[in-house]
Design a protein. Structure first.
Length: 345
């Protein structure tokens, strides 16, 4: 009997075609599953990143709100006390003696105003640093005379020629003309000679950072001298008893006693201050910071006005030594702002 062989196009070919189609479908399903897993993982990663970003933004906002509250509290603490009018007995005694009624000495402020940082410890870990600077204890770039500038720059360690040149450039920057302080080429020509694309402003300084525009002001010199200057003490004098120059190591106690500097002594009116607050995490990184320039105005000097409200560079460090963390002002902060800080026990 002859064997029957399948003809082309019978069930054998159909089975092979079905197997091929099944393999293709299986591969397609596998690829689709892999694609779904990849897309799901991508969405999960994006959701995780978004959650972390939201958490970080929330932490940053909370830290900034805390530090802003600390800066405002410190600013308000510097409010000048009300001075009581002399009594009738004091007036009568002064009239009988032919003298003057002696004003009562101002009480001390609740935190140092010479730039010494005050460090408080937080219950959550980390520290809070607060420092204040009385602007009446700084050299005003607009109020100081050129001779005064020369003497203080020399006392800060500059050689006589550099001190003279820098003082002259400060004077030329703010005066309205192009005539130099001493005989020589014009002010704008000096800037061109130094390769600068700008010239003197011929107006008062509006910010201490403008000293970087002077021909002789190198970055190192600007960083070194910045703590000495202000634009919020429009007087030809400063309160040497509070100057941060000594705190920052720029002016020694011996230099401040020299007659050349002592003649510029002028008691601070205690109306203009800089307050800076920074919140450090336990690892030392800065979570938030605030710098405020403020002024007390009004008939009794009791109206607080924020002149400038800034976020300082986080890498800025406070000069000088730190006060102990058991300072009374830390205790005040712990009571007024319990979420921000507390005294370390």
């Amino acid at each position: 009997m002859a064997c029957l062989s399948p003809r082309p196009g019978t069930w054998t070919d159909d089975a092979e075609a079905s197997d091929g189609e099944a393999g293709f479908v299986l591969l397609s399903v596998l690829l689709a599953a892999l694609l779904f897993v990849a897309v799901a993982a991508s969405f999960a990663l994006r959701a995780r990143i978004l959650t972390l970003q939201t958490g970080n933004l929330s932490e940053m906002a909370r830290a900034q709100a805390e530090i802003d509250g600390v800066a405002l509290y410190a600013a308000d603490a510097l409010r000048p006390p009300k001075v009581a009018a002399p009594s009738e007995a004091d007036l009568v005694a002064a009239a009988l003696s032919g003298g003057k009624v002696q004003a009562a000495p101002l009480p001390p402020l609740p935190l140092p105003v010479d730039g010494i940082p005050l460090i408080c410890h937080r219950p959550q870990g980390g520290t809070l640093t607060v420092r204040a600077v009385d602007q009446g204890a700084l050299i005003d770039l607009n109020g100081a005379s050129v001779p005064m500038l020369r003497e203080f720059l020399q006392a800060a360690g500059l050689d006589s020629e550099t001190a003279r040149r820098l003082a002259d450039e400060i004077g030329d920057f703010r005066d309205p003309d192009d005539a130099p302080q001493e005989n020589g080429i014009g002010e704008r020509a000096q800037y061109r000679q130094a390769g600068l694309a700008w010239g003197p402003a011929n107006r008062p300084f509006v910010d201490v950072e403008e000293i970087a525009r002077l021909p002789s002001a190198t970055p190192a010199l600007v960083a070194r001298l910045r703590p000495l200057f202000t634009v919020a003490n429009p007087r030809a004098g400063l309160d040497l008893s509070q100057t941060p120059g000594a705190t920052a190591g720029l002016l020694t106690a011996e230099a401040l006693k020299q007659p050349a500097l002592a003649r510029w002594q002028l008691a601070s009116p205690r109306t203009d201050f800089m307050v800076e607050a920074a919140l450090q995490r336990a690892d030392g990184s800065v979570a938030a910071a605030r710098r405020a320039f403020l002024r007390f105005e009004g008939p009794d000097g009791g109206a607080l006005r924020i002149v400038r409200w800034l976020r300082p560079p986080y890498e800025d460090g406070a000069p000088g030594r730190a006060k102990p963390s058991d300072d009374a002002f830390c205790a005040e902060l712990a009571t007024a702002l319990p979420d921000a800080t507390t005294v370390k026990r």
